[in-house]
Design a protein around this ligand. Sequence first.
Ligand code: BTN
Length: 319
Amino acid sequence: MKEHTKKLEILRLLSDGHFHSGEELGEQLNISRAAISKHINVIQSWGLEIYKVKGKGYSLSTSIELLQQELVSHNKLPKPEVLGVVDSTNQYLLNNMTSLECGQSCIAEYQSAGRGRRGRSWVSPFGGNIYLSLYWRLDDGLAATMGLSLAVGIAVVEALENLGCSGLKLKWPNDIYWNNRKLGGVLIELSAQSGGAAHVVIGIGINVDLSERFTTEIDQPWVDLKTILGQNHIRNKLANALLVSLEETMKEFECFGLSRFVERWNKYDNFKGQEISLQLGNGTVTGVCNGIDAQGALLLINPDGLTAYNGGEISIKKQ
Ligand code: BTN
């Protein structure tokens, strides 16, 4: 991460959205204008739009709110690690798992290899969105993780609601939706040995200010918080709200499993009562969505009656 110190310093100066000349940046960082120009090229590859204007210098297309550990921190959890550039926040915690304390988290400005569910990549430009991961140890082992991702989806929705975001929904198992468009997602990765505790990394990605430029890289309709709330400088506040909500959720989940979450999940279900298709490994089933059961399985009403499904990908049934 060390090699990015200068670039992060440049971004700290540019974060105000104003123009800064190459000379000024060079003086502040004690490097040449040519070196600044090289750093700017790399910064652009991190997904930031930078204007270069002769006689004026460099400016970001919009101001950005950089992450600050003291604003993100939640007093009941270890201080989150704020990372500039990382491959994936989930991978970062997985790599360091043996030395982590339960409740440790990290949040990044940019992920070079952010990942989503089902082997997809997660578009993660610098400074615009939330890329947060939390490590938790569930002493009751693998069986105790059943339904966890649904509880986490609720935790995310409740954190967003506390910031004034309304109309949020969940798409089974844990996509965060607004107006039938994806606002965020949850990726849970875990390691467990038989009979031992389950070590869980909970990764959360939320679009806060995502440029239309990324639409071609995303395989479904999406939305960001800037569109919903009309503001984008809320990443620190949101990251803190997420940690507060996750801490409560994990404690509740540890004591009661999914039981306390089923009703809440069904309230947010984006597809309840709708005819949907569920793509399974070996084909597609259709039926009317009827929420989830006590284990977190998706319930469909189809000619076989009420059927529970543990895997698959929902889509709206084609007419
Ligand atoms: C999904 O496919 O909907 C899940 C997306 C999860 C993205 C988050 S961003 C933080 C964490 N680190 C990753 O590499 N992925 C998750």
